[in-house]
Design a binder for this molecule. Structure first.
Ligand SMILES: Nc1ncnc2c1ncn2[C@@H]1O[C@H](COP(=O)(O)OP(=O)(O)OP(=O)(O)O)[C@@H](O)[C@H]1O
Length: 259
């Protein structure tokens, strides 16, 4: 994935101003920056929810002036949202399988009347969902209605659902928001599993600087819509422009506190 000269404004507000960076295959790439820096706008442009004013988004060897949302799955892209978007009354397994069943080739009618192809696709979706539960340590919660689970577990279910289609690129929007320290540690482990064992390239927006420093291979830093830093955690920690604009206000970087 890459973005090349991405610009986007809303009325008089410049959300993105000529942002370019690349994401290597198999990389965990964080995008950080103060509130209003343009992080969500960037993720929304990459996933096709916003149409940039100029610039290109590269996904899987194709470049787009505006990413077609209906082709995201075919391009191997999956994303999560800041606010949970799960079916609260359905079980964990059903929610995870929904990451596949909502776009099965056999249509809804075929599913309902139980044609063999539909049955096979559905069984396959559930097999893959079961496998994902094992990877992300969710087996114990398999049959529980999602709404009854602690928030941190629900976030893991959301990650599992995004992963069930085996995306090549996974976009995570503030995955650690609202989590306890233990939950953050668990989810960090799951994100590593997604990369190491499931082969996903990961781009995440995250405010918790401790998590970002520990998890990312490279970090892109936005400020007022501009890219002001791009490099390894070590390079970003020592980047004066980044310290001035962002890290300088961190309470305690070494302790890994969020800001
Ligand atoms: N749909 C929108 N309509 C109008 N202005 C918007 C819209 N989306 C973003 N903006 C503006 O664009 C700028 C960048 O916002 P964006 O949400 O991308 O920043 P962010 O870095 O994700 O912030 P936060 O960390 O607070 O989520 C802000 O000034 C914001 O008010």
């Amino acid at each position: 994935m890459a973005v090349d000269g991405l610009s986007l404004s809303f009325g008089g507000v410049t959300a993105l101003n000529g942002v370019s960076f690349t994401v290597a295959v198999g990389e965990i790439r964080a995008v950080i920056g103060p509130n209003g820096a343009g992080k969500s706008s960037l993720l929304n442009a990459v996933s096709g929810l916003y149409r940039p004013d100029s610039g290109r988004v590269w996904l899987g060897g194709h470049s787009f002036a505006a990413v077609p949302t209906d082709r995201l799955a075919a391009l191997g892209v999956s994303r999560t949202f800041q606010n949970l978007a799960l079916f609260k009354g359905l079980s964990v397994l059903d929610n995870v399988a929904a990451g596949l069943t909502h776009r099965l080739r056999a249509g809804v009618l075929a599913q309902v009347i139980g044609l063999p192809t539909a049955r096979r696709e559905r069984a396959d979706a559930y097999d893959r969902a079961e496998a994902l539960l094992a990877f992300l340590h969710l087996e114990d919660a398999r049959d529980r209605p999602v709404g009854t689970l602690p928030y941190g577990v629900q976030k893991r279910v959301e990650l599992a659902r995004a992963l069930v289609a085996r995306p090549r690129l996974l976009l995570l929007d503030e995955p650690m928001a609202g989590m306890t320290l233990t939950e953050k540690q668990e989810l960090t482990g799951c994100i590593r599993v997604a990369r190491d064992d499931l082969g996903a390239t990961i781009v995440l927006i995250e405010h918790d600087i401790g998590v970002v420093m520990g998890l990312s291979d490279r970090i892109a830093v936005l400020d007022y819509g501009r890219l002001i830093g791009d490099g390894t955690p070590e390079a970003i920690r020592n980047n004066q422009a980044v310290i001035d604009a962002y890290l300088g206000v961190a309470h305690d970087l070494e302790a890994g506190e969020g800001i």
